[in-house]
Design a protein around this ligand. Structure first.
Ligand code: ZN
Length: 331
C-alpha cells in the first residue's frame, strides 16, 4: 500500500487510468538496470527514478568530463572528474530518496553482468558501442530478461524492444557490426541533448508499459527516427533461424578490456583499496579527485581513474603508462 506522502507524490500518475495506484505499486516492486549512464542513461534513469521504479541498478565505468555536461543531465559542473556512477547515485538519491539506487563504476563484462544484473526485470541501453550491446543481448537471451536496444547519433535514433525467444535478438537483425566503424561514426556525427532525451523518453515508456503489464509497441519492431523530419519509420524485425547468438548465447568473444578511440578500460576483477592505490601511485601522478567510489589522477594529458570495484580507466593513454600503472596496482 502507498502511504499518504507517496499517494500525493504520485498523484498525477495515479489519475492516469493506464497506471493508477496498482501501476505505481508494480513499478515500486520493479528492478530496472540502465547500462551506460551517459546522455541516454542520464535521462532514462532520472525518468525511471521519478516514476517510482523501486530499485535501479546503474553500470557505468566512465568519469565525468566537461564535454558531457550539455546532455548528460545527471551531472553538474562540480562532478567533473568524479566517477559517473558516484555522481549519478548522489543525484538520483536527492531526486527520489524513496527508491533503492545501486550504481557500479564497473566495465560491462560477462562477470559484472552476472554479478549485478541477474535479478533485474528489464535492461535499458545507454551504451555507445556495439560490442557491449552484443554482450547485453547474450545476457538477455540467456536469462530471458528483456532489453530495450537504443542507439542515438545526431538527429537520428533506433529503438527496439528485445525479448527472445518471443522476439528476434539484436544479432538476428544487427549482426557483426564493427565498432571500428560504429564508434567512429557516432563520434564524427556528434550528439545533442534533445535527440537523447527523445529516445530516452521512448525507451522508458516501453519499459514502463512492460512493467505495468501493457504491451510494448516496439516488440519485434525497429523504430528508426530522425528529428529533422519527425516522421519515424518502423520495420518489422524477424528471428533469423541461422542466428548463432539465439542458438548459443556464449560469452566467449567478450574480453575484460575495452579499447575506445582514446580510452582504455580494464576490469581488474578484484576490489581495490583506494587509500592503498594513492600510496602506491600517488607519488608519480597528480591526484585530481578522490570520491567515495573511485580516485582519479592525471599525468600530462593522460587521465587515470581507478574504482573501488576494480575498474581501471585511462584516457589519452600512452602504452607504457598503462603497463606501469597496472603493475603498481596489482603487485
Ligand atoms: Zn538472434
Amino acid at each position: 500500500m502507498l502511504n499518504e506522502v507517496l499517494k500525493e507524490y504520485f498523484n498525477r500518475q495515479i489519475r492516469m487510468y493506464e497506471i493508477g495506484e496498482e501501476g505505481i505499486e508494480r513499478l515500486r516492486k520493479s528492478h530496472v538496470a540502465v547500462v551506460g549512464v551517459g546522455g541516454l542513461g542520464s535521462f532514462s534513469s532520472l525518468l525511471l527514478a521519478l516514476n517510482g521504479v523501486g530499485r535501479l541498478t546503474l553500470i557505468e565505468p566512465d568519469i565525468v568530463e566537461l564535454s558531457n555536461l550539455n546532455r548528460q543531465i545527471l551531472y553538474y559542473p562540480m562532478d567533473v572528474w568524479l566517477f559517473k556512477a558516484e555522481a549519478a547515485y548522489n543525484r538520483l538519491k536527492r531526486y527520489a530518496p524513496h527508491i533503492d539506487v545501486r550504481a557500479y563504476p564497473v566495465l560491462l563484462t560477462p562477470r559484472t553482468m552476472e554479478m549485478f544484473l541477474r535479478d533485474v526485470d528489464i535492461i535499458l541501453d545507454g551504451l555507445d558501442n556495439m560490442s557491449s550491446r552484443y554482450l547485453v543481448n547474450r545476457f538477455s537471451i540467456r536469462h530471458g530478461i528483456p532489453y530495450v536496444f537504443t542507439g542515438v547519433g545526431g538527429f537520428e535514433y533506433n529503438i527496439s524492444f528485445i525479448h527472445p525467444p518471443e522476439t528476434p535478438c539484436l544479432e538476428c537483425f544487427y549482426r557483426n557490426m564493427d565498432d571500428q566503424y560504429v564508434v567512429k561514426y557516432i563520434r564524427e556525427r556528434g550528439i545533442i541533448n534533445f535527440t537523447v532525451g527523445h529516445a530516452a523518453s521512448i525507451q522508458v515508456a516501453e519499459a514502463i508499459k512492460y512493467l505495468i503489464g501493457m504491451s510494448p509497441s516496439l516488440r519485434g519492431r525497429l523504430m528508426i527516427g530522425d528529428l529533422k523530419n519527425l516522421s519515424p519509420e518502423y520495420m518489422d524485425v524477424k528471428r533469423d533461424p541461422e542466428c548463432s547468438a539465439c542458438a548459443s548465447p556464449t560469452y566467449d568473444e567478450f574480453p575484460s578490456k575495452f579499447y575506445g578511440v582514446d580510452t582504455v578500460i580494464i576490469d581488474l576483477e578484484k576490489d581495490i583499496d583506494l587509500d592503498n592505490v594513492i600510496d602506491r601511485i600517488g607519488k608519480d601522478l597528480i591526484l585530481v579527485r578522490r570520491g567515495e567510489l573511485g580516485v582519479v589522477f592525471s599525468k600530462g594529458k593522460t587521465v587515470i581513474g581507478i574504482s573501488r570495484y576494480g575498474t581501471l580507466i585511462i584516457k589519452n593513454a600512452e602504452g607504457y603508462l598503462v603497463d606501469e600503472i597496472m603493475s603498481k596496482i596489482l603487485d
